[in-house]
Design a protein around this ligand. Structure first.
Ligand SMILES: *Cc1c(COP(=O)(O)O)cnc(C)c1O
Length: 220
């Protein structure tokens, strides 16, 4: 299958209201341009340097999503153009995003990344940290940032029940927060291996790489 066929397959599997973010990390400019020509406008990258290099040369109406772990000292590079940061996992990072948003005259849209997998290695806030951060946000501590919702990554496993339970837990947290804040409208969950499960559990944004672009190649 070529990209067009894979994209059609994916689009057919996505219900209305579920947004597709095409994850292009490590894939060359030409591939992203091809996806753009097929109508995609939302692209996700996980490294600041690669994101900036691609943003510079690709069309200006692309909505760039930062989906990877973000270091505070790099927020300034993406603040002028980033569409949505999926990976806010500390108050210090949110504070820096807010400052850089104010500096560039933007309010930067973000998702809080919640730790839902059982693996130790995955980044993200636990339930207590999430509560603390939301309270601080509601007190107005981050005027240059707008929290739009949550992002989570399930355990890498074949156990669909477990993936399903992890996503369900995140959806419950999301629904609870949504009652407090009207601006919470994005639940980013689901990758190539688990997006049908994520959608069944209420995801409205999926981040798909390999199912669209095949195995990852060499950057740029
Ligand atoms: C790489 C990546 C994806 C996409 O993964 P695939 O399995 O290739 O679809 C989604 N989300 C994050 C945070 C990623 O780093």
């Amino acid at each position: 299958m070529d990209l067009q066929e894979r994209l059609e397959t994916v689009r057919a599997a996505l219900p209305a209201g579920v947004e597709l973010v095409a994850v292009t990390k490590t894939h060359p400019i030409a591939v992203i341009q091809q996806a753009y020509d097929l109508g995609l406008r939302a692209f996700g990258e996980n490294k600041v340097q690669e994101l900036c290099a691609k943003q510079e040369v690709l069309p200006g109406d692309i909505r760039w999503h930062m989906i990877g772990h973000l270091q505070r000292n790099k927020v300034k590079y993406i603040a002028p153009f980033v569409h949505l940061i999926h990976s806010v996992d500390s108050d210090r990072l949110l504070d820096e995003i807010s400052k850089q948003g104010q500096k560039t005259g933007r309010v930067l849209d973000c998702l809080l990344q919640v730790h839902i997998a059982r693996e130790e290695t995955k980044f993200g806030l636990d339930a207590d940290e999430l509560d603390v951060l939301i309270s601080a946000y509601r007190e107005g501590n981050y005027p240059g940032a707008r929290i739009r919702g949550l992002m989570g990554m399930a355990t890498f496993t074949q156990d669909t029940e477990r993936i399903s339970a992890e996503f369900r837990g995140l959806k419950i947290q999301f629904d609870t927060l949504r009652e407090l804040e009207e601006s919470f409208d994005i639940l980013s969950m689901g990758m190539s291996g688990d997006y049908p499960v994520a959608i069944a559990q209420g995801s409205n944004m999926v981040r798909l790489g390999s199912t669209l672009f095949g195995e990852r190649g060499t950057a740029l």
